[in-house]
Design a protein around this ligand. Structure first.
Ligand code: C2E
Ligand code: MG
Ligand code: MG
Length: 691
C-alpha cells in the first residue's frame, strides 16, 4: 500500500523530539547536583513523565503525519500502553544516569533502557493501529529488517547525550546534544516505519477510534505544555537551589570565621573560651582535673621578620598540624592569635599527665624540621595551669598559664613550667612594664646614662657606652635588663633604638657645645633591630640629621646575635663599616663563636663579658688563662679588647698585664647621667691641661 507523510507534522515531531531531549538533558544535570534524596526522587518522577510524554508524542505526532489510502485510527488501550512504556523506560534511564556515582556501566545501562524503551514504545504504538490482517505490518520480503536493527542509534546517542561530562551545563553543548538525540529518536522511528510494509487490502481496526487531526493538535499542545513547564520548573528550582546553596555556604563561612582561626583552621579564642567554660562545668560535676597548656613559639618574630610573613604563616600552620598529632583524642588545640597556641586537655589523672603532654610536644617539635626550603626548628615555651588548683575561671586559668609560659621563657625557653603563685607577681610586673613602655617615649620617661671606658695603658678616657634607663612615676627607675626583653617582644625596641641613637648624638653635640672634647659613644643594638630592613640607612639618616660624624659612633652587637646568622651579620657589618661606623662584639664568651666567622667580621672591638673578668679573681689560674687566651686571639685578629665589669684592683692589674686595650667597670666608673659624665669629661680635660 502506498504511504505518505504530512511534512508539517514530521517537522513538528522533530521539534517535539528535540525539546524532549533538551528537557531530559537539563533534568539529568539538575538531578545530578541535588543533595536531598527526596528531591532527587521527585525530580526523577517528574522528569520521567516529561521525557516519556515527549518521546511518545514525537512518535505519535510522526504517526499522525503518516497516512495510507485507508482511514486510520488508534486503539486507546494500546496507545496508553505505549505511553506508559515510554515513561517507564525514561524513569529507569534517569534513575541510572542521575546516580551520585555515575559509572560507565550506569551510563550504558541508562542508554540501553532508553533505547529499548523507545523501540518498545514505537512498536506497541504501531500495534495501536490494529491493522488487519495482522501481517499487514510486515517486514520487507527481500531485505528483512529486525526492528532492533533500526534501534541502535537511540541507545548510543542516549548514552552520549546523558553523559554529565559532556553536558556541563553549557547551553550550546546541551542544545547540540539534544539535536543529536532527537535525530537518533526520529531516525529510529522513520527507519522503523520505512521497514514496515502495509499489505494491499489491509484495513485499520482502530479507524473508528480517536480523530487524527484533533489528536495531533492536542498531543502537540499537551506535550509542549508539559515539557516547557518541566523546563521552567527545573530552571526555577536550579535558581532557588543556587540561592539556598549560596546562603548556606555564606552561613558556613560566617560560622567558620566566628569559631575557627583562618590560617590554621584551629578553634579560635572564642571557641576555646567556650570549651574551657564547658570543661570547668564538667570537671566540677565529675570532680576531675584538666590542664591548660599555653604555648608561645620561641623566636617566632625573628623568623617572621627575617624570612617574611608567608614563611611565618607556613611555620604556624606546620606547628598547628604537628601539635594536633601530639595531643590526646578529645583535647582541644586552639590558636589565640600570633604565635600563641593553647591546648585544653581534660580528664587527667594527675599533673604528671600534663607534664607528659608538654614533654611530648617539646620532644616532637625538637625532632621536626620546618618550612620546605629552610631547615628550621621551631620550639615552643609552655606554661601549664591546672583546674581547679590554679584558677576557677577561664580568664584566671589562661592568665596563669600565660604567666607560667613567661617563666619557661625566662628559664631558657623551649621548656615548660607549671604555674606557681609567685609567677603572678612577675606577670603583673610584665604587664605594668608593657604599659609603661607604651607611654615612655611620648612622656619622655627614658634617659641615657654613660659609662666611661678607659685606656688599658694610660687609664685615660677612651669613650663611653650609652645605657638606657626608664624612669616611671609609679614603678621608679627600671634597668634595661628588665624592660629591653619586653620591648623586644612587642617590637617597641625598634623605635626605642632610634631614640637612643638620636639622644646620644644630641648629647655628643651638647658636650661639644660646652667646649668638651669629642668623645666616641657606643650604642647597643638589640636582635630585633638587626632584623629591621634598612637599619643602616636609618641609623645613618639619624646621625646625619643630628650633625654628628659616623666615626663618633660605635655599635655593639652581642656575640650570640652576631653568630646566629653569621652570613647575614657579615653583610650588615660591611654596610655599617662602609658608612664609617665602628662595631664591637659585646658580651664575648657567652655565645658560641666560630673563629672563621669572627675573623671575617673584622670588627674594631671585642668586649669580654664580665663573667670572665670576674673569673680572674674567682677562678684563679684557669680564669686568667681564659682571659689571656681571648686577648691573644683578638689581637691576632687585629681587634682591640675591652674588659667589661672591672670591679677590683687585682682584675685591673691582671688585665693591664695581659695588655687589655680598654677597661670598663664599676671600679673605674659607673654609668653616669649626661651631666655627671660631662663633669667627668671636664675634669679629665682640666687634668690633661694642668699636665
Ligand atoms: P651591656 O651592653 O653588656 O652593658 C653593660 C652592663 O653591665 C650595663 O648594665 C652596666 O651597667 C653593667 N656594668 C658595667 N660595669 C659593671 C660592673 O663593674 N659590674 C657589674 N655588675 N655590672 C656592670 P645595664 O645598664 O643594666 O645594661 C644591661 C644590658 O642592657 C646591656 O648590657 C645591654 O645589653 C642592654 N642595654 C642597655 N642599654 C641599651 C640600649 O640602649 N639598647 C639596647 N638594645 N640594649 C641596651
Ligand atoms: Mg654593651
Ligand atoms: Mg656587655
Amino acid at each position: 500500500m502506498q504511504s505518505s507523510y504530512n511534512p508539517w507534522l514530521v517537522a513538528m515531531s522533530f521539534v517535539v523530539a528535540t525539546l524532549a531531549s533538551y528537557t531530559a538533558l537539563d533534568l539529568t544535570g539538575r538531578i545530578y547536583v541535588l543533595a536531598s534524596p527526596r528531591l532527587r526522587h521527585v525530580w526523577r518522577m517528574g522528569g520521567a513523565l516529561a521525557l516519556g510524554v515527549g518521546i511518545w508524542s514525537m512518535h505519535f505526532v510522526a504517526m499522525l503525519a503518516f497516512s495510507l489510502p485507508i482511514p486510520l485510527g488508534y486503539d486507546f488501550a494500546e496507545t496508553a500502553y505505549s505511553l506508559t512504556l515510554a515513561i517507564g523506560a525514561s524513569y529507569l534511564a534517569l534513575c541510572l544516569t542521575t546516580h551520585t556515582q555515575l559509572t560507565a556501566v550506569r551510563l550504558v545501562g541508562g542508554g540501553a533502557f532508553m533505547g529499548l524503551g523507545i523501540a518498545g514504545m514505537h512498536y506497541s504504538g504501531m500495534a495501536a493501529l490494529r491493522m488487519s490482517p495482522a501481517s499487514a505490518i510486515s517486514r520487507r520480503g527481500s531485505r528483512p529488517r529486525s526492528p532492533l536493527r533500526s534501534a541502535p542509534p537511540a541507545p548510543r546517542c542516549g548514552w552520549r547525550a546523558l553523559s554529565n561530562d559532556d553536558a556541563r551545563y553549557v547551553l550550546r553543548k546541551r542544545f547540540g546534544a539534544a539535536l543529536v538525540m532527537a535525530i537518533a529518536i526520529s531516525g529510529m522511528h522513520y527507519a522503523a516505519m520505512a521497514a514496515a510494509e502495509f499489505a494491499p487490502g489491509a484495513i485499520c481496526g482502530a479507524a473508528a477510534g480517536v480523530n487524527a487531526a484533533w489528536l495531533a493538535t492536542s498531543v502537540i499542545l499537551f506535550t509542549f505544555a508539559i515539557l516547557i513547564v518541566t523546563l521552567l520548573l527545573s530552571r526555577f528550582d536550579a535558581r532557588t537551589s543556587f540561592l539556598v546553596g549560596a546562603v548556606s555556604r555564606l552561613n558556613g563561612q560566617i560560622v567558620r570565621l566566628a569559631t575557627l582561626d583562618t590560617l590554621t583552621g584551629l578553634p579560635n579564642r572564642a571557641t576555646l573560651t567556650e570549651r574551657i567554660e564547658r570543661a570547668i562545668h564538667a570537671a566540677r560535676r565529675q570532680r576531675s582535673l584538666f590542664a591548660i597548656l599555653f604555648m608561645d613559639l620561641d623566636g617566632f618574630k625573628t623568623i617572621n621578620d627575617s624570612l617574611g610573613h608567608s614563611a611565618g604563616d607556613q611555620v604556624l600552620s606546620a606547628f598547628a598540624q604537628r601539635l594536633l598529632i601530639c595531643v590526646r583524642t578529645g583535647d582541644t588545640v586552639a590558636r589565640l592569635g600570633g604565635d600563641e597556641f593553647v591546648v585544653l586537655s581534660e580528664n587527667l589523672a594527675s599533673r604528671t599527665d600534663a607534664a607528659a603532654l608538654a614533654e611530648g610536644v617539646l620532644e616532637r617539635m625538637r625532632r621536626d624540621t620546618w618550612a620546605d626550603s629552610q631547615p628550621l626548628q621551631v620550639m615552643p615555651s609552655i606554661g601549664i595551669a591546672l583546674f581547679p588548683e590554679d584558677g576557677d575561671s577561664v580568664d584566671t586559668l589562661l592568665k596563669h598559664a600565660d604567666a607560667a609560659m613567661y617563666e619557661a621563657k625566662r628559664a631558657g625557653r623551649s621548656t615548660y613550667r607549671f604555674f606557681e603563685q609567685r609567677m603572678n607577681e612577675a606577670a603583673t610586673r610584665t604587664l605594668q612594664i608593657q604599659n609603661a613602655l607604651r607611654e615612655a617615649l611620648a612622656e619622655r620617661h627614658f634617659t641615657l646614662h654613660f659609662q666611661p671606658k678607659f685606656d688599658g695603658k694610660s687609664e685615660t678616657l677612651a669613650g663611653a657606652e650609652a645605657l638606657i634607663r626608664l624612669h616611671h612615676p609609679q614603678l621608679g627607675t627600671l634597668a634595661p635588663l628588665e624592660f629591653i626583653p619586653i620591648a623586644e617582644r612587642s617590637g617597641q625596641i625598634v623605635q626605642i633604638g632610634c631614640w637612643v641613637l638620636r639622644e646620644a648624638c644630641r648629647q655628643i653635640r651638647r658636650w661639644v657645645a660646652q667646649g668638651l672634647p669629642p668623645i666616641k659613644v657606643a650604642i647597643n643594638l638589640s636582635p630585633r633591630q638587626l632584623l629591621q630592613a634598612g637599619l643602616v640607612p636609618t641609623m645613618l639618616d639619624i646621625v646625619n640629621a643630628e650633625g654628628v660624624r659616623c666615626e663618633q659612633i660605635m655599635f655593639e652587637i652581642t656575640e650570640t646575635v652576631a653568630m646566629q646568622d653569621a652570613a647575614r651579620t657579615i653583610e650588615m657589618l660591611r654596610e655599617f663599616q662602609a658608612s664609617g661606623f665602628e662595631i664591637a662584639i659585646d658580651d664575648f664568651g657567652t655565645g658560641y663563636s666560630s673563629l672563621a666567622y669572627l675573623q671575617r667580621f673584622r670588627v674594631k672591638q671585642l668586649k669580654i663579658d664580665r663573667f670572665f673578668t670576674n673569673g680572674l679573681d674567682a677562678h684563679g689560674e684557669e680564669g686568667s688563662a681564659i682571659v689571656s687566651a681571648i686577648i691573644a686571639l683578638a689581637h691576632s685578629l687585629e681587634m682591640d679588647v675591652v674588659a667589661e665589669g672591672v670591679e677590683t684592683e687585682s682584675q685591673l692589674h691582671m688585665l693591664k698585664a695581659m695588655r687589655c686595650d680598654e677597661m670598663q667597670g664599676f671600679l673605674l666608673g659607673k654609668p653616669l647621667t649626661a651631666e655627671a659624665f660631662g663633669d667627668l669629661l671636664r675634669g679629665r680635660t682640666l687634668t690633661a691641661d694642668a699636665c
